[in-house]
Design a protein around this ligand. Structure first.
Ligand code: GLA
Length: 387
């Protein structure tokens, strides 16, 4: 990757101090579609990052170049809420609109966005962009943001301006992850703790189906509404229980509500409740370095995402089924679903051959190229360099 300061100077010429912030993408080991249902998630940051380098200007112009798209966004401050365009600059505008609520930005800036998080593959390139942008901008303009404030600001930018009703997991782990650890997060209390995730004899491979999806246009928001609807019905049915989220319920509670809930909503709620249990079991298994159990939980999570939550695709199902037949300890789709990538937990000594063979099998089945990257649990953002 080209040095981002060099890139900044190539695009916009030399200048004084430049701020660089880096924020990683993430893989969610387990706990999918639970983060907007008050449940548990167990993500880790990966060794792929979005890098933002910015430098103040003396006028009110902002110019920011996104290397991945070879495009420059230009506007002038203060931003008067422009319409969203469904492109990368929505993230930038969303973040700037939120930051402008905290402070008045007296001058503009030049910036570049670079990095190596694959886009649209379920690895949270968007959250890593939001976190890197917010870190660099808050530093540049001297705006004090506590960790949780920063995380919530990024989530609001995505919810309000970009239009994805995403939960809080991605931004949380991008900022607060630790090296060689997964982060067990309770998305109701926002309490979290770190679970050691040292990959000695196992490898974690992300196999990208190459089928791109956009969370805004995918069924992500539909699923969120369905969960909301299920919650409302259950709250009406059990007013005495003071239920705040689907995660307040047990499978027994759900069984009792069977006749009152349409089947689809039952399935969505069942996924959430059982997925929470799987997350806690996976965290306990990781603490014992019991990767066999973790693997089984990954397969079970995929089956539930496929059959109950219905966010899988033929391609993702193929990759996970192939995993089961070729020595993986576990595999599942990662992220929102409807395309994107799968995560495979495989014995380390199998990893190279496995990667080769799954690519061939996938090519034969779909005529598509599956790209695989090996990921390692890595530290979160927060490193800021100024020069
Ligand atoms: C996307 C969202 C997350 C989470 C996952 C599904 O990645 O950004 O908040 O809801 O989908 O678990």
């Amino acid at each position: 990757m080209r040095n981002s300061i060099t890139l900044l100077e190539e695009r916009f010429g030399p200048g004084k101090e430049a701020i660089t912030a880096r924020a990683p993408g993430r893989v969610n080991l387990i706990g999918e579609h639970t983060d907007y249902n008050g449940g548990y998630v167990l993500p880790f940051a990966i060794d792929r990052q979005t890098v933002v380098t910015i430098r103040l200007r003396t006028d009110h112009i902002i110019r920011i170049y996104a290397a991945a798209f070879d495009e420059t966004f230009e506007a002038s401050l203060p931003l008067v809420s422009p319409p969203s365009t469904g492109t990368w600059s929505d993230y930038l505008i969303g973040i700037l609109l939120e930051i402008e609520k905290h402070a008045n930005l007296p001058v503009g800036f030049n910036g570049v966005i670079a990095g190596d998080v694959p886009l649209g593959a379920g690895l949270s390139s968007s959250a890593s962009l939001e976190v890197a942008l917010t870190l660099s901008l808050s530093h540049l303009y001297n705006i004090k943001l506590e960790d949780l404030e920063l995380i919530k600001l990024c989530q609001r930018a995505e919810n309000r301006f970009v239009g994805t009703q995403s939960g809080i997991m991605d931004q949380f782990v991008s900022l607060l992850a630790r090296d060689k650890s997964a982060l067990l997060l309770n998305t109701t209390s926002l309490k979290h703790r770190y679970i050691p995730l040292e990959l000695r004899d196992v490898a974690l491979l992300v196999v990208d189906s190459g089928v791109r999806r956009s969370l805004v246009s995918s069924g992500y928001n539909d699923r969120r509404h369905e969960c909301q609807e299920a919650l409302h019905l259950l709250q009406e049915l059990m007013p005495e229980r003071g239920i705040h989220s689907l995660s307040d319920l047990s499978i027994d509670d759900l069984r009792q509500a069977e006749s009152a809930l349409p089947n689809t909503l039952m399935m969505r709620a069942q996924h959430v409740i059982e997925e929470n249990e799987r997350v806690l079991k996976a965290a306990a298994a990781l603490e014992r370095e019991d990767f066999i159990t973790v693997g089984k939980l990954l397969f079970a999570s995929h089956a539930s995402l496929r059959d109950l939550f219905q966010v899988s695709t033929r391609e993702l199902d193929f990759l996970v089924a192939w995993a089961g037949e070729h020595g993986a300890l576990g595999a599942r789709l990662v992220g929102g679903g409807f395309g994107g990538a799968t995560l495979h937990l495989v014995p380390q000594d199998l990893a190279a051959k496995y990667t080769q063979n799954i690519t061939i099998a996938y090519q034969e089945a779909f005529g598509l190229n599956a790209t695989t990257i090996e990921v390692r649990p890595s530290p979160g953002a927060k490193e800021l360099e100024s020069r």
